[in-house]
Design a protein around this ligand. Structure first.
Ligand SMILES: [Fe+2]
Ligand SMILES: [Fe+2]
Length: 171
């Protein structure tokens, strides 16, 4: 519950990135990737920075993981969500976790929009990352960042996704 309230607060009140945080971001991303990152609203930029810091603290220095930390949610920028939409998906997900996949199936219209974005943003983001020239491992990490690890056979990918999801879940 505390985490939900904090998420709420972030959605409404996040401040722009500090100069120091921008320096961390520009050290990781190419100019084309940076253009993707700039599409995020401030709270999502901070989310990416927090995920980046956590994956760095894990000791994994794989460049694709660092890029995916910053860009994994970029597909969310495909559909402009209102503050109300963003709160709805947080509250709906907390109250009816089993329903979000059902609501997320279909077109991004009406009250279901935020749920469709939640379900499909990994695929949309992977397309955007590929179009921006990201390497294939970064694209794969973006596309699969929400997948169950049980479905991931390849050991290296499994390990990188595990770290990414661990960091994402607490950010
Ligand atoms: Fe995501
Ligand atoms: Fe995320």
């Amino acid at each position: 519950m505390r985490y939900r309230l904090w998420q709420f607060w972030q959605i409404v009140w996040a401040k722009p990135l500090t100069t120091g945080a921008w320096a961390e971001v520009t050290a990781v991303l190419t100019p084309a990737e940076l253009q993707l990152f700039r599409r995020f609203p401030a709270n999502d930029q901070w989310h990416g920075v927090r995920v980046l810091r956590l994956v760095q603290s894990s000791g994994c220095a794989h460049p694709a993981l660092w890029k995916a930390a910053l860009l994994h949610d970029v597909g969310k920028t495909e559909v402009r969500l209102t503050v109300r939409d963003r709160i709805l998906v947080v509250v709906g997900g907390a109250l009816w976790p089993g329903k979000t996949a059902v609501w997320g199936d279909g077109e991004a219209r009406g009250w279901r929009r935020p749920f469709v974005v939640k379900a499909h943003h990994p695929a949309w983001g992977a397309e955007m990352a590929a179009a921006a020239g990201c390497d294939s491992l970064t694209v794969t990490l973006v596309r699969r960042h929400q997948d169950s690890l049980a479905e991931v056979q390849q050991p290296e990918l499994h390990e990188l996704l595990r770290i990414l999801q661990w960091a994402d879940d607490q950010s």
